[in-house]
Design a protein around this ligand. Structure first.
Ligand SMILES: Cc1cc2nc3c(=O)[nH]c(=O)nc-3n(C[C@H](O)[C@H](O)[C@H](O)COP(=O)(O)OP(=O)(O)OC[C@H]3O[C@@H](n4cnc5c(N)ncnc54)[C@H](O)[C@@H]3O)c2cc1C
Length: 496
């Protein structure tokens, strides 16, 4: 197992696109620690299918910006969105320079696809395993850098904060808690999907970064905006597997039980309407027909095309007994993405000196109240680039602190799994796509009760995660209670 030092120039918590991108853009004279609490590839990035929305041609900037604003219900921070779109080409070319492959046409130009909310084809991709390819390419490049130490299975518990700001983090490893100091700390811990029973997210998505930031007085923003993806595979026990929006981008059609292509009646963009609209439409149709039998149909596409363009989706469905060449795919909306998170400025800085956040854990404001498809990987890359540039230019040097170890006593006897299930039930029953105030108040009371019975100290990794999930659940519910009207992904029951 990799030995951790007690001090680095920069600590990055997270080995998804945001964490690895930041590490690779930092100057090579800096000692950098990148942490992953599970195996390195267990991340939302590694699961990404559809691709990256990127606009290389200046003439198309306005269209990318307008589509994102429309999808985000004009709640977006327009200046930062503009910046993301304008700097996107540069950030993605850097990924390509690091050896990440994207599908191309015969003439070598990048092959572009379309997804919900996009009025143009602007999404680059690598088949339907774009995230895996990004991580592969970046990890290969990290392996060539002596200044980057990448360590898996180390859990960041909390930030260490002194008068001068953040000075490091506490990690749990080998049954002890150890402080590690650094001039800058970057939180890139990803999403919150594990708060829900059904999610497309990786199992690491327990909101740790948000929770540790809040415990240190860092501001969070827009916590009520949780995105639910309309098309996860609806197969017993497997409702978390995503059927990428690119499937609809390439002609997939949503059908109800009787085969009617119902999106015509809901939005001018039909099957490519924004995610919140499609999720709402699916619920409406389910309500009308009295069951959740809703399907995505691509059987009109050629067999060879399907197998070549969506090999991962084809194989995963086949494993579950569905041959998507000949059968409609049963789908259901599930939790997918967190628009809210740690509030940052335009270069990823938080309100705590020395602390940065980027990727899904951060709230930069670019997505507004509902993220447009394939803008998340773009945001991760562009803001990680900015974070790294700011750290490279910084002269911050923390004081020297003494390093102490403390040992964790075993707490395996507490019923962590039962508590996690309870929390997921509450969030899925009362804080899902459609919300109402009395359910939200009920949810808050239930989560408060749950947190009251949790042991004072949860000292296994799952215990820490549970504590974090409970805190993040409260933040989401309180923010949802405070927003009276429907906006984007926050939908008040009866208001649609
Ligand atoms: C199935 C799926 C498909 C998607 N498809 C697309 C797509 O096509 N296009 C798009 O733009 N977006 C897509 N998204 C969204 C996008 O993939 C994510 O928002 C993005 O990859 C998040 O990257 P990240 O670096 O912020 O976090 P992640 O990639 O999730 O990485 C988080 C890292 O933090 C580490 N970590 C977390 N907590 C701790 C802790 N306490 N201590 C130590 N380490 C910790 C984890 O181990 C992990 O390494 C998809 C998401 C999913 C789930």
């Amino acid at each position: 197992m990799e030995q951790l030092l007690s001090e680095y120039d920069v600590i990055i918590i997270g080995s998804g696109i945001a964490g690895l991108y930041t590490a690779l853009k930092l100057n090579s004279d800096k000692s950098i620690l990148v942490l992953s609490k599970d195996h390195i590839k267990n991340s939302n990035t590694n699961l990404a299918q559809g691709g990256i929305a990127v606009t290389f041609n200046e003439d198309d900037f306005e269209s990318h910006i307008n589509d994102t604003l429309k999808t985000g219900y004009y709640y977006n921070d327009e200046d930062r969105l503009r910046m993301m779109v304008e700097e996107g080409g540069k950030s993605i070319n850097t990924l390509i320079d690091w050896g990440v492959n994207f599908d191309s046409n015969n003439d070598g130009t990048l092959l572009l696809t379309k997804e919900g909310g996009h009025s143009l084809r602007r999404i680059i991709h690598y088949k339907d395993t774009t995230g895996e390819e990004i991580i592969r390419g970046m990890l290969n490049t990290v392996a060539t850098r002596n200044n980057i130490t990448l360590v898996s299975h180390v859990f960041a518990v909390d930030l260490i904060v002194r008068d001068e700001g953040v000075v490091g983090i506490k990690v749990a490893q080998d049954r002890c808690i150890k402080p590690i100091y650094a001039n800058q700390v970057v939180i890139a811990t990803g999403g919150i999907g594990e708060l829900y029973k059904n999610t497309t997210n990786a199992s690491i998505a327990t909101g740790d970064g948000i929770a540790m930031a809040v415990r240190s007085g860092v501001n969070v923003k827009d916590m009520e905006f949780v995105q639910f993806h309309p098309t996860a595979l609806n197969a017993p026990g497997h409702s978390h597997f995503l059927i990428s929006e690119a499937v609809r981008g390439e002609g997939g059609i949503l059908r109800n039980e009787s085969g009617h292509a119902f999106m015509d009646g809901y939005h001018p963009l039909k099957d490519l309407a924004p995610r919140s609209v499609v999720s709402k439409a699916i619920f409406e149709e389910s309500k009308k027909q009295g069951n959740d039998k809703i399907y995505l149909d691509i059987t009109h596409l050629a067999e060879e095309y399907i197998k070549n363009r969506f090999p991962n989706i084809y194989n995963e469905c086949l494993k579950r007994g569905i041959d998507i060449v000949n059968e409609w795919i049963p789908i259901i909306p599930v939790q997918h993405y967190m628009m809210g998170g740690i509030e940052t400025d335009a270069i990823g800085r938080t309100n705590l000196e020395g602390l940065y956040a980027c990727g899904e854990v951060a709230c930069t404001g670019v997505h507004g109240a509902n993220r447009m498809a394939s803008n998340s990987l773009l945001e991760g890359a562009v803001f990680a680039f900015r974070v790294a540039e700011d750290i490279n230019a910084s002269h911050r040097k923390i004081k020297l602190y003494k390093t102490d170890l403390s040992y964790i006593k075993d707490e395996n006897n507490i019923e962590i799994h039962a508590y996690i299930n309870q929390l997921q039930e509450i969030m899925s029953d009362y804080v899902f796509i459609f919300r109402n105030k009395s359910n939200l108040i009920k949810a808050l009371k239930l989560v408060d009760d749950l947190s009251d019975i949790l042991p004072e100290k949860c000292t296994s990794q799952e215990g820490y995660e549970l504590r974090n999930m409970v805190l993040v659940a409260k933040l989401i519910i309180k923010a949802a209670i405070d927003r009276d009207d429907t906006l984007g992904s926050h939908i008040i029951e009866g208001e649609y």
